[in-house]
Design a protein around this ligand. Structure first.
Ligand code: BES
Ligand code: ZN
Length: 461
């Protein structure tokens, strides 16, 4: 690996510059005004693969394109499928960014830009490690396939159908994803569980126009008042979701797993300080880590109605709306949650209000087995890349396709996170610690060697 290590050292600046190029493309998948930018990002990723002479395709979907690439076949060696996403979350509110979101800027060893860690920077670590192997050794010790999509941040609506239709092409021994976090600085982690999600938009329509709240208030139902009541009804004061049947299928944490969480060096006080709050609430009987990683919950993501300009306006608004989502855990089913939610909300609609509940996207939570040779290989590689063995954690975010990989391809996913909890993902001033970018590339380069030593699933049985 000496030659590869040297190559990585010599190309640090070039790798960072290339990441900056990708970060300059505002590939916001949620915003149709950025459609062409999203495509440009796909082409940028495809050009990386073409430059490495991988068999590369840009595949059209009804949404944003999928980029697929495959390294030259190494017969008899295992196959890793690397998944990542080149799309990013909207950058708003813009005025809270210290430097503009799509002008990547280095400060204090960090690179600031939307998508720096989630997921352009993390995804690129695997591209660069493959490049290092090809340019120094001339070949990889295993087969690597890349599946890089542009719709992760909006629920991966078209990915399942692509995987279903291309099972053979995507067949592999394990999936590798870097789109998660370390436990803390210098504490690399392998994530073995993610929460699922069920996302909704709720629209309430009252009178056919805005009304004077003095002339009409008290007699005409105010949709903003009703919305507030409905949203408040979703959670009780302890943070328990109130939708009937919501907890029926929830897999409870085992005592053993709770003990493992407790053994992690995680400080509640430090965590709250980092987030800038003076205290926390949540489900009774669960620690902060348990609440974040292994308990379902509900959060309002957006809320609107009435007058929000300067001064006062006595208006009874014609409509009100909210975006909100549940985070789910194994074995909750997004479809079942949606059905109960619909009935629950319908039961709260007073006369004078029309309700529309839009089901935006959903994905179940996942837990992957820790006891596999691929997992051990990944732990080895991380130790080589970061100089310290990883801890095993769960996380509260969602990566919808992980469940699909298990169901359609029958493989487990290795979630190797190079990010940090305070990287400001989905928030202003997103960053990626550049030392972690380079450690991630190194760990990835070692991963291909470690996986080659494991062999294929077929050889092991
Ligand atoms: N990188 C995140 C997933 C993540 C976040 C993992 C935090 C671990 C910790 C991913 O890109 C993401 O944000 N996913 C969305 C998915 C959703 C829009 C379907 C999420 O979790 O909100
Ligand atoms: Zn994200």
């Amino acid at each position: 690996m000496n030659q590869i290590d040297t190559y990585l050292d010599e190309h640090r600046d070039r790798f960072e510059d290339e990441l900056c190029e990708l970060l300059r493309i505002p590939s916001v998948s949620a915003d149709s005004a950025h459609r062409d930018d999203v495509r440009r990002a796909a082409e940028w990723v495809a050009d990386q693969f073409r430059g490495m002479k991988l068999a590369t395709e840009v595949i059209e979907t009804a949404g944003h394109p999928i980029v697929y690439a495959q390294s030259p076949a190494v017969p008899g060696a295992p196959t890793a499928l690397v998944y990542g996403h080149y799309d990013v979350q909207p950058p708003e509110p813009l005025d809270l960014w210290t430097s503009p979101p799509f002008e990547p800027t280095r400060r204090d060893g960090n690179l600031y830009a939307r998508g720096a860690t989630d997921d352009k920077g993390q995804m690129l670590t695997h591209v660069k490690s493959v490049q290092a192997w090809l340019e120094t050794e001339g070949s990889l010790p295993i087969n690597v396939k890349f599946l890089i999509e542009g719709e992760e941040e909006v629920g991966s609506a078209h990915l399942d159908a692509f995987i279903e239709a291309n099972r053979e092409k995507l067949s592999c021994d394990c999936v590798v994803i870097s789109d998660t976090c370390q436990l803390g600085p210098g504490r690399p982690a392998i994530t073995y569980g993610l929460r699922g999600i069920a996302y909704y938009e709720l629209r309430l329509q009252g009178p056919d126009r805005d009304l004077h709240s003095g002339s009409f208030g008290g007699a005409i139902t105010n949709p903003a008042n009703v919305l507030a009541r409905m949203i408040a009804a979703l959670l009780d004061e302890d943070g328990r979701v109130q939708v009937p049947g919501f907890y029926d299928d929830v897999v409870e944490l085992s005592d053993e797993e709770r003990e493992q969480f407790r053994a992690l060096d995680f400080s509640n006080v430090e965590f709250l300080k980092k987030v800038g709050v003076s205290g926390a609430v949540g489900e009774e009987g669960y620690t902060i880590l348990e609440r974040r990683w292994a308990r379902p919950t509900c959060d309002v993501n957006g809320l609107w109605s009435g007058y929000q300009g300067e001064g006062e306006k006595t208006v009874l608004p014609a409509s009100a709306g909210a975006k909100f989502s549940f985070r789910l855990v194994p074995n909750q089913c997004p479809q079942q949650v949606s059905d109960s939610l619909d009935a629950f909300l319908q039961g709260m609609i007073p006369p004078g209000i029309e309700m529309e509940l839009i089901r935006s996207h959903g994905a179940p939570g996942v837990v992957v087995p820790l006891d596999s040779p691929y997992m051990r290989a990944a732990a080895q590689a991380i130790e080589q890349g970061f100089g310290v063995a990883p801890v095993f954690i769960r996380e509260g975010g969602s990566i919808p396709v992980v469940n699909t990989f298990g169901e359609l391809l029958g493989v487990d996913t290795l979630l190797l996170g190079w990010g940090l909890d305070d990287d400001n993902t989905h928030s202003p001033n997103e960053k990626f610690h550049l030392a972690d970018f380079h450690r991630g590339i190194k760990a990835s380069a070692y991963l291909w060697r470690e996986l080659s030593r494991v062999g294929t699933a077929h050889q092991r049985t």
